[in-house]
Write a protein that binds this ligand. Structure first.
Ligand SMILES: Cc1ncc(COP(=O)(O)O)c(C=O)c1O
Length: 308
């Protein structure tokens, strides 16, 4: 028997569960335009093929957090995919500040900085595209509520592997997140918050939008970037903060077993900052409570970003 629905609701006519703030202005290819007019062509290869790269950046107290690091990573991602950003790093920084100012963000916020390949023919060639497009959205961010930081994230280990390093490297923050999106959806379907992805060889890589750390016997371990992970800016900061406390941090190739026997586990990322992981595949991590090193590093992170 066919499972195809007999009647389909025209989704584009139903109410959208998310509508951007109508007063928002977006920096798009050199202009500040109202959100309603901030449009990308259906011929843009960013849309047609996920061909482009991006950054997600926090604003704390009106200041762009780790601004230089994010711009550097954007240019590295672009270089790796042969994408020539039509701006200098300084101009990209100025665009972010303009987007922030025009939207009156003086407290906390979030920036989405995107470069797409641009408008091109309906083929895969990068040589039949016009100028890349750059846009900056400066807005608010949806966060995990405080109680999730108290109880910790519940994770599954996804059946989907992280992209192999011999595909376009996961170190490129590309516009193609489909694999991670499917892993996240799998976690939600299973009643969990987040998915931990293994490599194609079964080694621990990272979460769908965060890096992963394990604590065992007072030392901290995280997969090396060569495993095929994004080199997270928060990951690097967490390592630095742990180092300042005299806690040893090691790059370590880990397997599922390491996640089952750890004393603590946590994830790091621009949006989540540092967040405990307290359940993995239905098993509690240690006693199922956020551990002391995780709590300490989260506090150190909060202190750092307050003064940065
Ligand atoms: C796949 C993936 N891993 C890790 C991270 C964390 O990186 P960062 O700390 O630079 O936000 C992100 C977030 O951008 C991500 O998308």
């Amino acid at each position: 028997m066919s499972t195809a629905p007999t009647e389909v609701q025209p989704m584009w006519k139903t109410e959208n569960p998310y509508t951007p703030d109508p007063d928002l202005k977006v920096w798009l290819d050199g202009e500040l335009v109202p959100v309603e007019e901030a449009r990308i062509s259906v011929f843009d290869h960013g849309l047609l093929y996920g061909d482009g790269c991006f950054e997600g950046i926090r604003i704390y107290g009106g200041k762009i957090f780790k601004e230089a690091e994010h711009v550097k990573r954007l240019f590295e991602s672009a270089k790796a995919i042969r994408l020539q950003i039509p701006m200098t790093p300084q101009q990209v920084r100025e665009a972010m500040h303009e987007a922030m100012q025009v939207n009156g963000i003086t407290g906390d916020g979030y920036i989405r900085l995107v470069v797409t390949r641009g408008v091109g023919s309906l083929g895969l060639s990068i040589y039949h595209t016009a100028c890349p497009s750059v846009f900056v959205i400066a807005d608010k961010i949806a966060l995990y509520p405080p109680e999730v930081y108290e109880r910790g994230l519940h994770c599954i280990i996804s059946s989907l592997a992280r992209n192999h390093p011999n595909t376009t490297s996961p170190r490129v923050k590309s516009l193609n997140y489909l694999n991670n999106i499917m892993a996240k959806a799998e976690a939600k379907e299973a009643g969990a918050d987040e998915a931990i992805m293994l490599t194609t060889d079964g080694f621990v890589s990272e979460c769908t939008g965060d890096n992963i750390f394990v604590v065992r016997n007072g030392e901290v371990f995280t997969p090396p970037t060569e495993m095929g992970i994004l080199e997270g800016i928060t990951r690097n900061l967490a390592m630095e903060l742990a180092g300042k406390r005299g806690i040893h941090v090691h790059d370590k190739v880990m397997i599922r077993h390491d996640l089952h026997i750890d004393d603590e586990c946590f994830a790091t990322g621009t949006a989540a900052e540092i967040i405990p992981i307290t359940r993995i595949d239905g098993r509690p991590v240690a006693d199922g409570e956020p551990g002391p090193i995780t709590r300490q590093l989260l506090q150190d992170f909060i202190d750092y970003r307050t003064t940065a």
